[in-house]
Ligand binder design. Structure first.
Ligand code: ADP
Length: 499
């Protein structure tokens, strides 16, 4: 038992990551899967494609490294959060595609909740702001719109899960229907004070409690993955760690002390601050969420969520087709005319924190005759940094503390242009660790602690830094650039609200 494997089920790809006893990454296998956009503002994934890709990368990782089940102490799972799957208990068949966290189709259900005066109740009891982002309204939409499902749900024939739950259920061949505190706290159905599914919200959204999973610690017994190896023998690996991707990254970055902060640049951008046992209620549009549960003790976090970050770079590649790959964006941005006044607001899925506008849409401002692809690529990268500044400013206001530096991770933080611009626009030091796979590391740590492979001393000590980016622009220039960003955001707001 010399290894831990983290299953990192992200929005754009499924990954399996192999860790040794020193929590170092030995190998990663990754597979992208389809993003399905059936209508404007809708985003879906095929749950079976997610499961198959995740299982395939796990087996490929084991084969590549000639590992048998007996070499793996435990599996940890970390996942894209809020994405909603409902499936038949008996057959395991999903009733439809998964509704992805970025999907806006349930905005009208959110409006109804607001009209019914539930805003304050939801804020106080779930820590969240009413938004189509969270799972609750997605479940209601599926039960209302897929024929026959409401009756089946009431008869106890259907199960709901976020992606962690869907994977656990498949790994254990339907034996375990469970999630962890961090994922439950993103459903807008879970009461983060009483640690129970909230009956008032279940009733408001007409969701039968029987479809919901059991909620457990992030290091816990989630059953075992049983499979048949090439020689026909039955093998089994325990599943002992589960956390939503952003909370896992907070853990993996070693942000274990109250007040420590990380920012992840993945599909979206997510800044989390560990607030210990305290649930800080934000006055600036941030969310209160559960970071993790360890041995029954709950740690809370304050979170700023930006829906579109790296996804905007994917759009440059797959939508506009002006770059061949995400990393190439760095060279094009460096080659751009840096006093061009172009701003991209990537509000493709509305705006999250601190604006919370479900009807904002993407926009490009400041185009002139000499604007070329380089300037658009540069402005798109800069939008990730501006959105991060929006979050930091909100967090500093809520906590009345001045953050000195920012610890970063996630795919897009490999981009040096972006990280330098981030330091410039924040006027703060940006620190990048050598391992930007903090999410997978967090899941591996939860699993390793859960199975007794590691003890908690593994969590102590400073994490190494690969590169530090220092601010290089004047405060006057910073203020000027940021003021223009805020002007651009204001102009993109309420665009899709035709009422
Ligand atoms: P997720 O876990 O949300 O799927 P990742 O952390 O794997 O995301 O990051 C992938 C995202 O980062 C993609 O949206 C991709 O466009 C972006 N990305 C990856 N590398 C770079 C890069 N060098 N520069 C800019 N963006 C990048």
């Amino acid at each position: 038992m010399s290894h831990i494997i983290a299953l990192d089920q992200g929005t754009t790809s499924s990954r399996a990551v192999l860790f040794n006893k020193n929590a170092e990454i030995l190998n990663i296998v990754q597979k992208e899967f389809r993003q399905i956009f059936p209508k404007s503002g809708w985003v879906e994934h095929d749950p079976l494609e997610i499961w198959n890709s995740q299982r395939d990368v796990l087996h490929e990782l084991m084969q590549n490294n000639t590992l048998a089940a007996g070499d793996i102490a435990a599996l940890g799972i970390t996942n894209q959060r809020e994405t909603t799957v409902i499936w038949e208990k008996e057959s395991g068949k999903p009733i439809s595609n998964a509704i992805v966290w970025q999907d806006r189709r349930t905005a009208f259900i959110c409006e109804k909740l607001k009209e019914d005066g539930l805003g304050d109740y939801i804020r106080e009891n779930t820590g969240l702001i009413i938004d189509a982002y969270f799972s609750g309204t997605k479940i209601k939409w599926l039960l209302d719109n897929i024929p026959g499902t409401r009756k089946k749900a009431q008869n106890g024939e259907l199960l709901f899960g976020t992606i962690d739950t869907w994977l656990i259920w498949n790994l254990t061949e339907g034996k375990v229907h469970a999630t962890d505190y961090s994922n439950a706290s993103r459903t807008m159905l879970y009461n983060i004070h009483t640690l129970c599914w909230d009956k008032k919200l279940l009733s408001a959204l007409e969701i039968p409690e029987s479809i919901l999973p059991e909620v457990k610690n992030s290091s816990d017994d989630y059953g075992s993955y049983v499979f048949t190896d090439n020689g026909g023998a039955k093998q089994s690996i325990p599943v002992c760690g589960v956390a939503g991707d952003q909370q896992a990254a907070l853990f993996g970055q070693g942000c274990l002390e109250k007040g420590s902060v990380k920012n992840t640049y993945g599909t979206g951008c997510f800044m989390l601050m560990n607030t210990g046992e305290e649930q800080i209620q934000s006055a600036s549009g941030l969310l209160t969420t559960i970071a993790w549960g360890l041995k029954g003790k709950i740690t809370y976090a304050l979170e700023g969520s930006v829906f579109i970050a790296g996804a905007a770079i994917q759009w440059l590649r797959d939508g506009l087709k002006i770059i061949d790959s995400a990393p190439i964006s760095e060279q094009l941005a460096i080659a751009a005319n840096d006093d061009s006044d172009v701003y991209v607001v990537p509000a493709f899925a509305g705006l999250g924190a601190p604006y919370w506008d479900m009807y904002a849409r993407g926009a490009i401002f400041g185009l002139t005759r000499d604007t070329g692809q380089n300037e658009i690529v540069r402005a798109t990268l800069c939008s990730l940094a501006y959105q991060t500044k929006d979050l930091i400013d909100a967090m500093q206001k809520d906590c009345a503390i001045e953050l000195k530096n920012l610890r970063v991770d996630g795919g897009a933080c490999a981009n040096n242009f972006l990280m330098q611009f981030q330091a410039d626009i924040l006027g703060k030091k940006v620190e990048r660790p050598p391992v930007i796979e903090s999410t997978a590391l967090g899941a591996a740590l939860f699993a390793g602690i859960g199975v007794g492979f590691w003890d908690e001393t593994m969590l102590s000590g400073d994490r190494p830094i690969e590169k530090t980016f220092l601010p290089t622009i004047t405060e006057q220039k910073r203020n000027k650039l940021y003021a223009k960003w805020q002007k651009a955001v204001t102009r993109s707001m309420k665009w899709a609200d035709d009422s």
